[in-house]
Design a protein around this ligand. Structure first.
Ligand code: PMP
Length: 361
């Protein structure tokens, strides 16, 4: 007989919680977790393999705890006058965000975000013992500067998450709103730019706001634009003093030598790695236009996915697509579903399958 979770002496604040649980089903077309569905180009993969092979030669030793070469590579990729002292990295941006919460949230403290937003924020916050506070968005999921600032000032959180552009809605967030939120709090402001590379080319990053804002963090990931989700590499830019706070909570040697080698090699081919981004943006826009023509209500998206409303019964549509070999995401917003832009073939498979299901409300 196996025990039930409730029988164990688990922390009271974890009782009744559910873990992150996007289904991982082996379907031919998986467009549910905003991955980049294009594989890493072969010439880059060969180079990564060589780098990993070299790292294996020294895998009997602990890796560089400060992942110096990787931090230098991220600083070069991000530009904006950053150097390695202003860079941090971990196993996915989820872990990067966890480090921020471990250092600046925790028991007796609060973290805040504008719902609906990335579903891991509350889980990560609660995992550190912090309380999660949900703010609200306008009906089109946007957040205006004055409204954002007053919500944050009222909640007085220790950590604010601004997902820019926002998951699961795709909504852009302008720098004016980010600056207004920063001025409205004494806490740490995390701008999560996981999808920044899919925004229009001339869009300024929150990295431009960093100088002089020592409580601001801009996080990124290699999981989306870099097609590197399986390698688990996320990073952030911030004031070097804030990064020193993260050193207090990370596990020693948290980034394996193999991860460091693979990510550094991949960053050496940033241009090639990012070659698929334009393609994906094209598929995203085609998906939005076709959803609109089918009678659904797609939202403006600056990401690699599209949230669409006008779905009569999301559960039924999700299941009908599933039965046709296509996995998308029911993010729990009534009458809405979310789909990741795939390759041309995958996106076509999704659109054709949806057209064959008569489910627009
Ligand atoms: N932030 C946002 C907004 C995301 O959507 C995701 C992944 N879905 C992440 C962070 C985490 O990505 P990873 O841990 O793979 O870097």
């Amino acid at each position: 007989m196996t025990a039930r979770l409730d029988d164990l002496p688990i922390r009271d604040d974890l009782r009744g919680q559910t873990p992150y649980g996007a289904p991982q089903a082996p379907l031919p077309v998986a467009l549910n977790v905003n991955e980049n569905t294009h594989p890493v180009p072969e010439d880059v993969a060969d180079d990564i393999l060589d780098a990993v092979a070299r790292a294996l030669g020294e895998v009997n030793r602990y890796p560089d705890r400060e992942f110096t070469a990787l931090r230098e590579a991220f600083a070069e990729y991000l530009g904006h006058g950053l150097d390695r002292d202003g860079i941090w990295a971990a196993n996915g941006s989820n872990e990067v965000l966890q480090h921020v919460l471990q250092a600046f949230a925790g028991p007796g403290r609060t973290a805040f975000g504008f719902a609906p937003t990335y579903s891991m924020y509350p889980l990560l916050a609660r995992g550190t013992g912090a309380e999660w506070i949900s703010g609200g968005r306008a009906a089109d999921f946007s957040v205006a500067p004055e409204d954002a600032a007053s919500q944050v000032a009222n909640a007085a959180p220790d950590v604010v998450f601004l997902c820019a552009p926002n998951n699961p809605t795709g909504t852009p967030l302008d720098l004016e709103t980010i600056a207004a939120v920063y001025d409205a709090t004494d806490g740490v402001v995390v701008v999560d730019e996981a999808y920044q590379e899919f925004a229009p080319r001339d869009t300024p990053s929150a990295l431009t706001l960093l100088p002089g804002r020592e409580r601001m963090v801009v996080s990124r990931t290699m999981s989306k634009a870099f097609a590197f989700a399986g390698a688990r590499v996320g990073y952030l830019a911030a004031d070097p003093a804030l990064i020193d706070a993260l050193r207090l909570v990370r596990l020693p040697y948290h980034l394996s030598a193999l991860t460091q080698a693979a990510a550094t090699a991949a960053l050496g081919h940033a241009e090639t790695m990012l070659r698929m981004v334009d393609d994906i943006v094209g598929q995203r826009d085609r998906i939005s236009a076709t959803l609109d023509a089918l009678g659904y209500e797609p939202y403006e998206s600056w990401t690699n996915f599209v949230l669409f409303g006008g779905v009569d019964d999301p559960r039924a549509t999700w299941q009908a697509l599933y039965d046709r070999g296509i996995l998308i995401r029911d993010v729990g917003i009534p009458h809405h579903l979310r789909v990741t832009a795939g390759t041309e073939q995958e996106s076509t498979a999704f659109l054709d399958a949806l057209a064959s299901i008569d489910s627009a409300a």
